[in-house]
Structure formats: structure tokens, C-alpha cells
Design a binder for this molecule. Structure first.
Ligand SMILES: [Mg+2]
Length: 222
């Protein structure tokens, strides 16, 4: 039943299309701390505090750096995505699930396209997505600000009632739900210092700990 209700499938990237256990996000986290330390000439421990504060307050560390320190977003995004992607492995279950979804498939990420393309190449799910809507497309305004969700809908002629969105950060699904999307929260099972699961709870339509399993289970129901 679920499968036929939707013609647009919106996926967050990091910790949603691949497991948080890969440690990719830990690498980004470390590089962000180092970037701030270098640019603002701070000890790492101080830089980490600013990083977390900005993430909580602005939705991304980058937005805080842009607003408060006029940091060049391209330079920041380049620097913090110099990653060892080899730890992301092909995911056949994910691929099979995605291929069998009817309609438009979109990646919606607070990161940039170069990072998204590296990840989907490693997961072996290239050529499945119709669109990558990245932080540049969103004018560097991150989720969970409502603005970019509206841009995403408008610029791609999306019918929110026929759209379902997946994200591991519960608060990113609040504006998604408010705009009319159905929401699926990917519970990665570790404390996320920026998240607010309690107040987001009523905006979460479905929850799963395993995206490929969830996709394949709705396909089997047909
Ligand atoms: Mg994520």
C-alpha cells in the first residue's frame, strides 16, 4: 500500500543512505574542528565548542561560520570533505530497494554534491537518483530551516502529499511534515547532540533502524 502512495522519494545522505558506523561522519567532524581551529586561530578544544554551538544554533557549522565569520562556503566544503571514502562499501540491499521504487528519487543533503557523488559511487547506487539537492542549491540555508524545503518543492514541481522523506535527524523531518511530506526517521541508535527527538516525535510517521530493510519490506507488502 505504501509504495503506490508516493511518486517522490527524498533521502538525506549522511547516516541515512549509509550507516553511521562507517565513521565517515566522524572524519568530517574532525576536519571541521581543524578548519575552525586554523581559520579562527583557536585551540582545537575551543574550535570544537564553536563547531557544536554553530551546529546546534544554525543547523550546520557552515552557516554559523558564514554568518559570523564570513567564511567562504566553497573552501569550507572542500576542506571538510577530504575523506577516506574507501570505508563505504557497495550496498546491494539498498540498491535493490531503491531501484524498485516508482517515481522521482532525490538526495537532499546539507553537504555538497561532490561529497554526495563520492558516497553514492562507493555504495554502487549511482544513476538511481534524479536529483541531488545540496547546500549550494539551498543558498547555504540548511535543514531544518523551512526555506529550502519550499525551494525543493517549488523548483521540482513536487506534490508534497505524494512525497516521502527519510532522515536520521528527527528535527529535519519536522519541516518536511509541516509542508505535507510523509516522514521516515532512521534511528541510528546513537545520541545526536543536535537532535531533538522528543519535540519532533509527533512529526515522524514511520521509524526504522535499517533503511534497506524498511524499503524491501514495503515492496514485499505489494
Ligand atoms: Mg543525516
Amino acid at each position: 500500500m505504501i509504495l503506490k502512495k508516493y511518486d517522490t522519494w527524498v533521502f538525506d545522505l549522511d547516516n541515512t543512505l549509509y550507516s553511521a558506523e562507517t565513521g565517515i561522519f566522524d572524519q568530517v567532524d574532525k576536519l571541521m574542528g581543524e578548519f575552525i581551529s586554523r581559520h579562527l586561530k583557536l585551540e582545537i578544544s575551543e574550535a570544537k565548542k564553536i563547531q557544536k554551538k554553530f551546529f546546534r544554533h544554525y543547523g550546520t557549522t557552515l552557516k554559523g561560520l558564514m554568518d559570523e565569520y564570513k567564511i567562504d562556503p566553497e573552501e569550507f566544503l572542500d576542506e571538510v570533505h577530504k575523506l577516506d571514502y574507501s570505508i563505504i562499501k557497495p550496498n546491494q540491499n539498498l540498491k535493490e530497494g531503491l531501484i524498485r521504487l516508482n517515481g522521482k528519487k532525490i538526495i537532499y543533503t546539507n553537504a555538497n554534491k561532490q561529497h554526495a557523488n563520492e558516497v553514492i559511487k562507493r555504495l554502487n547506487i549511482e544513476n538511481i537518483f534524479d536529483l541531488i539537492f545540496d547546500i549550494k542549491d539551498a543558498n547555504y540555508i540548511p535543514k531544518p530551516d523551512m526555506g529550502p524545503y519550499k525551494m525543493l518543492v517549488k523548483s521540482n514541481n513536487i506534490d508534497p502529499k505524494k512525497t516521502i522523506m527519510f532522515d536520521d535527524i528527527a528535527r529535519n523531518l519536522v519541516p518536511a511534515s509541516k509542508i505535507g511530506f510523509t516522514t521516515v526517521w532512521i534511528d541510528v541508535g546513537k545520541e545526536n547532540y543536535s537532535d531533538d527527538i522528543k519535540s519532533s516525535k509527533k512529526y515522524l510517521d514511520y521509524e526504522t533502524t535499517d533503511l534497506p530493510l524498511w524499503l524491501n519490506s514495503i515492496i514485499k507488502e505489494e
